[in-house]
Structures are given as structure tokens and as C-alpha cells.
Write a protein that binds this ligand. Sequence first.
Ligand SMILES: [Zn+2]
Ligand SMILES: [Zn+2]
Length: 218
Amino acid sequence: MEKKKMFISKKDMPASELKKNVLSNVYLTNYKVPFFIYAPIVMAMIVYALFFIQTPLSLFLAYFLIAIPLWTIFEYLSHRYVLHAKPKSAFWQKVVYSVHKGHHDYPNDKRFMLVGLNISIPALFIFYGLSYAVLGSLCHSFMAGWVATYLFYDWLHYAVHNYNFNNKYYKIYQRHHIEHHFLDSDKNFGFITLLWDEVFKTRLNKDEKLEKMREVKR
Ligand SMILES: [Zn+2]
Ligand SMILES: [Zn+2]
């Protein structure tokens, strides 16, 4: 059986590759940019919900907090089924490559680590519209939690690829994601929680890890 190559290079993707495989993208290489754009949006949603339309604090907190687990399910499912999809059309292959496959091939290339603004801005409008349709004016409380969780996710993903913080929990998340990159990209899809990998049985277990490590060394 042909051995599956987990990545192409630990360097940046060469310009020739980029032109061939990647849609014209708005790259984000600075992790602070999403904060500058989306933290004010989170603040505006909070202020609007609590002070303009006077959502009761208990309702605000309930909808803010429910957004967090819902975001983690969305994050798990979209990583597993959208970002790792194998579309037949050349156009969709390019889309998947631009938003995720390129990150697997060049895991240290900062241009593929953060969610591009060309994805996150339209996504913000889509989720705002959907949550407004379902929740009415409570959507502002929900969206504050949803966008704040996205911000945390985007930073954490960037961080695990770039920083080695000496924190027990951080190291668990870091190891989980690094195994997704370097041992088995069909496992460990979850990011800010490992729960969905446990629930859907996609978490690499000890035996599988040892087997994969042997394969990588071979
Ligand atoms: Zn990654
Ligand atoms: Zn992946």
C-alpha cells in the first residue's frame, strides 16, 4: 500500500504552487487582525443586546453561552466534512485547497493558518441572517457568543502552530491538533473541545498513535 504523505514541506508554499492551487485569497498572517475586526463587533452586539433593545441579562447570558457548544459542533463538522471534502470539480478542489488542504501540505505557512477575511466576513453575514431568522432580536446575544468563540478558535489554532505555552491544557489541545496534521488527518478534527472526537469516535487512541508513529518512521 502506498504510504500517505502527511505534508509537503515545513517551509512556505512556493509562489508557483500558490498560483496553481490557490484562489486569489485575502491572506491573514497577523493573528491580531481578526481581533481588531471582530472584537468590536462582539462588543457592539453586547451593547446593542443589553442597552439598546434591553435583553434581560439572564436571557442574554443563556443565548451567549449556548452559542459556544453550538460553535464547537459547527467547527467539528465543517472541519471533518467540508474542509476535508474531496470534491470532483476542479473549482471546488481549489476552494478546499485554499481554505484547508494547503494548510495540511504546508503546515508552517502562516498564510494558511487563520480564517481568511474572504471567508469570515461573508460567513458573519450568513450566520447573522440565519440567527435573526430563527431567534429574532435575541440573535445579537447569540452572535456575540458565536463570534467570540470563533475569535478564540482562530487565535488558538494560530497559537498551537507557533507557540509552546507551558500549560497542561494548552499542551493537550496542541498535541491533539498536531496529531491531526502529522499522524492521521482522518482523526482529531475537534479543536477547542476534544468532546466531539470522543462522541463521533474520531479521536486517535494510544494504539493507533503508536501504529501511526511507526508508519511515519518507516
Ligand atoms: Zn492546523
Ligand atoms: Zn484538517
